[in-house]
Design a protein around this ligand. Structure first.
Ligand code: HEC
Length: 201
């Protein structure tokens, strides 16, 4: 009797295990190559979509900020010419959904950064971000003694500024304190300003 119970328990365990793994196997897992891309304004994206299951099809929706030319679509490659609408940097965020045999897999996200080819500068690009988002506390007259109100102080604190704005809004160190997270475009502008060597003009 004991043996019989053990056997039936074993069989049901195997059946459950099999049905789980089968479901996992049927669900397509998408990969984007490259997983993110930086292009010059006016050029085309070139992102290949593949999955672990042959016959998977892909569709995407896109949100664009500071660029035009990105549209929702489908197919194995995202190839869209993106053009800056402003002068410094734009972002298109693609959300890709894989489907195989009627089963929908998890979405993946592909971020495309569009650059003008010119350097990001403090006066044109960074100063407005700091004034609009940090000014109430970190400009002259603001509540915090540390001021990011000119080129030198902003430049000298760029590591700490970047660290703070990339925290999640719940964390102690998050900036702007009590505010909402900077847009992806503004965070990318700060990063690229650093990568460009922190020029003033
Ligand atoms: C509502 C007021 C407020 C706003 C808006 C705000 N901060 Fe702050 N910030 C503070 C306070 C208060 C502190 C001190 C507490 C701390 O270090 O977390 C601080 C500290 C900092 C520090 C550390 C300074 C040091 O002592 O080294 C950095 C860097 C910083 N903030 C960056 C920013 C940036 C960048 C923005 C805009 C995106 C911003 N803050 C917006 C209130 C603010």
């Amino acid at each position: 009797m004991k043996k019989l119970i053990f056997l039936s328990a074993l069989i049901s365990a195997v059946v459950i295990f099999n049905s789980c793994t089968k479901e996992e196997l049927d669900k397509p897992v998408a990969t984007a190559t490259p997983s993110s891309q930086t292009i010059k304004s006016g050029k085309k994206t070139n992102i290949a979509l593949t999955a672990n299951l042959s016959g998977t099809t892909f569709s995407w929706t896109v949100k664009q900020a500071g660029v035009s030319g990105a549209t929702d679509g489908n197919g194995p490659v995202i190839a869209q010419a993106l053009t800056l609408t402003g002068n410094s940097l734009g972002i298109a965020t693609y959300t890709v959904t894989p489907v195989s045999g009627g089963v929908t897999g998890d979405n993946i996200t592909v971020v495309v950064t569009v650059e003008s080819g010119q350097k990001i500068t403090y006066v044109a690009d960074i100063k407005p971000i700091m004034i609009n988002n940090c000014g109430s506390c970190h400009l002259a007259g603001g509540s915090h003694p540390k001021k990011f109100d000119n080129y030198t102080t902003t430049k000298n604190n760029i590591n700490e500024i970047l660290k703070r704005v990339q925290q999640s809004p719940g964390s102690d160190e998050f900036m702007p304190q009590g505010g909402s997270k900077l847009s992806t475009t503004n965070i990318e502008l700060l990063k690229k300003w650093q990568a460009d060597g922190l020029p003033e003009l």
